[in-house]
Design a binder for this molecule. Sequence first.
Ligand code: GLU
Length: 299
Amino acid sequence: MNSPIYRGRLAPSPTGHLHLGHARTFWIAAERARARRGTLVLRNENLDVARCKQDFVPAILEDLRWLGIEWQEGPDCGGPFGPYNQTERREFYSAAFEKLRTGGFVYPCRCSRQDVLRALQAPHQPDDEPIYPGTCRPSAERGDRNLELPGALPHSTSRTSRSACNWRFRVPDGETISFVDGQFGSQQFVAGKDFGDFVIWQHDDLPSYQLAVVVDDAAMQITEVVRGADLLLSTARQLLLYRALGLAAPDFFHCPLVTDEAGVRLAKRHDALSLRALREKTVTVEFLRSKNYTLGDLN
Ligand code: GLU
């Protein structure tokens, strides 16, 4: 429990104020880092420029401090693995994309814009992205699980301009992706069945959430990713990216979600449960840190 090399991270997206669900997950992340005398990194996941607002960043930092969370690296305090704003890390994502393209792991896709608009955001379950039917998957490789050799894709693919279309990662159909989650234990997801070919680069020349988070967690030498249970399925996708990029994957610890009375994950529409609103109602930090409350206790 005392490994000096533990590195954890908090990765909020500044699309709104932090709410109760964030508080629980981030508090658990901070506690796990503290128990191991580790380093906690704060990364500002602001790639989705249409949905992120810079004004939320200071509010998020203030709410985290109010909760009693301290981080040692971040956009406000710097650190050896910066920059800590995703919008400033483009060169890392581009390099990873080129590696995937050279390795024959990706193909250009000209399907609907809708899937792609979603790709900048983490696909929180139960609204995870639909399985891609493979419309643009190069027909010669359909069903071929061994496209891992450089140059395996047709020449036309390697010549396609990166920003001319979207790019998908070709998942190895039928392969079971297994990992042991620190909270939920053994997990198994089948590629092509539980999730399909996913977008890694968008036609507007931005990396997807899946690519950016893997590149950043690896570059920042994160040893354990702590986040909400609604990203368990994304972990399977990300493990494929770690493998394709030749990177060591971190450990994963997914936190049980805070849900509303109907069992729905908290989101922006639950503004009354933002930490700001709760502070005004004089809800205490100690209350939020205790893991056993229900939303009914807040009324
Ligand atoms: N910025 C992502 C979100 O807020 C975090 C996802 C992750 O922790 O990997 O949904």
